[in-house]
Design a protein around this ligand. Structure first.
Ligand code: RRO
Length: 296
């Protein structure tokens, strides 16, 4: 009842692991796959190994988490084994990749064998990467086009909410040939320790995830659905089955779950039967609820 085909990939259910959570090793990705995710996305991988920003790099705040990990990763040159291990979990494995230029993205995508690629043009706190490029529609189009030209696997583009109008970057990704967009990455934010007056994160500011950002993400998905022909994958603050249904009604073909996996690794197998029971009671299929909020 929940299975679907997304950009040519067969998924048992529309619930995926989002990039950045338990995605650095093949073992943890495989474990999440075995816990009922329909697909898993790796931590974002770049050209060279990177240790990331100084600690504290993640703190809990009201209704969510602030992080400024700083793209820590072992480089694509040391990552194929992890993808291969993750694939033993028998669900599609999507490689999240980042770079500063179109050539960097295509070099990494060409070198890795994965079921699809998610281009990270949306990390909110990495100088020269992420939002530094993902807020410019021309760059988003160029990068997407370069990767599409270089590989045959599906290409997804993960968008930032830290723009005035996410539709313009979504349309840019579509013009570049993207097979899907993923919305949203974290919302730029900051916390200050009032005892010392110091910013709490080592990087001073970072990205907000978790429950607090769900309404922001829902609006972005809703807006993207209205203008795009390619599928939108929703992400941002999903912590139970109702949230997943809400995203699909906003116009998401599938969803990703990040912060909530840190609290409950079984969230995928908790959500799936509840969604199925709800849809059975309403006599709705996934296709029926897809974009339902646009019909009123
Ligand atoms: O590594 C990070 O600090 C990070 C990344 Br790559 C991202 O895409 N989004 C985010 O909130 N943190």
């Amino acid at each position: 009842m929940l299975s679907l085909t997304l950009t040519g990939l067969k998924l048992e259910n529309p619930l995926m692991l989002a990039a950045g959570i338990m995605g650095t090793t093949g073992g943890s990705l495989k474990r999440i796959a075995e816990c009922g995710a329909g697909a898993v996305v790796t931590k974002s991988i770049g050209l060279e190994p990177k240790s990331g920003h100084s600690n504290p790099s993640m703190v809990e705040v009201d209704c969510g988490f602030l992080n400024a990990m700083g793209l820590p990763n072992p480089s694509y040159k040391n990552f194929q084994d992890e993808i291969d291990t993750a694939r033993k979990g028998s669900v599609p494995v999507i490689a999240s990749i980042f770079g500063g230029f179109a050539d960097e993205f295509s070099e990494i995508a060409k070198a890795l064998d994965a079921d699809a690629f998610e281009l990270n043009v949306s990390c909110p706190h990495a100088h020269g990467y992420g939002t530094d490029i993902g807020t410019d529609p021309e760059l988003v189009e160029d990068i997407t086009h370069a990767v599409k030209k270089a590989i045959s696997a599906p290409v997804w583009v993960k968008l930032t909410p830290n723009v005035t109008d996410i539709k313009s970057t979504g349309l840019a990704a579509q013009r570049g040939g993207a097979d899907a967009v993923v919305a949203i990455n974290t919302v730029r934010g900051m916390a200050i320790d009032i005892e010392t007056g110091c910013p709490i994160l080592g990087n001073r500011f970072g990205g907000l995830s978790g429950r607090a950002i769900k309404p922001v993400a829902i609006k972005c998905v809703f807006d993207l659905y209205e203008v795009l022909d390619i599928p939108v994958i929703g992400v941002g603050g999903i912590s139970d089955w109702r949230d997943a249904v809400e995203f699909i009604m906003a116009g998401a073909r599938a969803v990703q779950i990040g912060s909530a996996v840190g609290e409950n690794i079984n969230i995928f197998q908790d959500i799936s039967p509840c969604m199925e029971a709800f849809m059975a009671e309403k006599q709705w299929t996934l296709d029926d609820i897809y974009g339902m909020a646009h019909e009123v």
